[in-house]
Design a protein. Structure first.
Length: 190
């Protein structure tokens, strides 16, 4: 003897119909079974629900397919490099990884996801701006000449180290702030 209460409510009705010898709802509507004695439903009736399910799935899959394409399109400078921009970087390396990780964990996209994606995009843009300046000074600059003349008349020499100090410190602070935010979010869930 089976224990019917062990079966979830969503499965009880289809199981009961099948046990009683009637076809499951999808078969009754989609394969030409006679419904009652007066109406014969043809295969086309299943087209509507099928399109609905297909539309729902594509609304979920399409953004991820586009996002998955974004990273190689950005990195390989495909499409004539039109995506290889600051915003393309922010989306490919900020928003997309955050959204996919969130959806992988929760199976949904919520307002918080979009706000966090905006944060990740802006963080990536800040990092890109700062690192571009620092990288240019480290890799492409042969020498730096000049001086700062302050309002007091004091003169300070401009060097590569002086110009690198602020962007590199800001990059370290952004990285540390991100780790602190991640720790706070973990603590919030524990």
């Amino acid at each position: 003897m089976s224990n019917v209460s062990a079966i979830s409510p969503e499965l009880r009705a289809p199981c009961a119909r099948t046990a009683a010898g009637s076809p499951p709802a999808g078969e009754a509507l989609g394969s030409g079974w006679k419904v009652g004695r007066k109406v014969k439903v043809g295969p086309g009736v299943s087209l509507g629900p099928g399109l609905g399910v297909g539309g729902f799935v594509s609304s979920i899959v399409t953004p991820f397919a586009l996002g998955a394409a974004l990273v190689p399109v950005y990195n390989l400078e495909l499409l004539g490099g039109r995506i290889h921009t600051d915003l393309g970087f922010g989306l490919a390396w900020g928003a997309f990884p955050l959204v996919t990780a969130y959806v992988a964990q929760t199976g949904t996209v919520r307002v918080e996801t979009l706000l966090a994606a905006a944060w990740a995009t802006l963080l990536s843009l800040a990092q890109r701006r700062l690192s571009h300046t620092a990288r240019r000074l480290r890799r492409d600059t042969a020498s730096v000449e000049g001086q700062l003349v302050l309002e007091t008349g004091t003169r300070e020499p401009l060097t590569r180290a002086v110009l690198l100090e602020a962007p590199e410190a800001a990059l370290r602070l952004l990285a540390t702030a991100t780790v602190a935010l991640a720790a706070a979010l973990v603590a919030l869930r524990v």
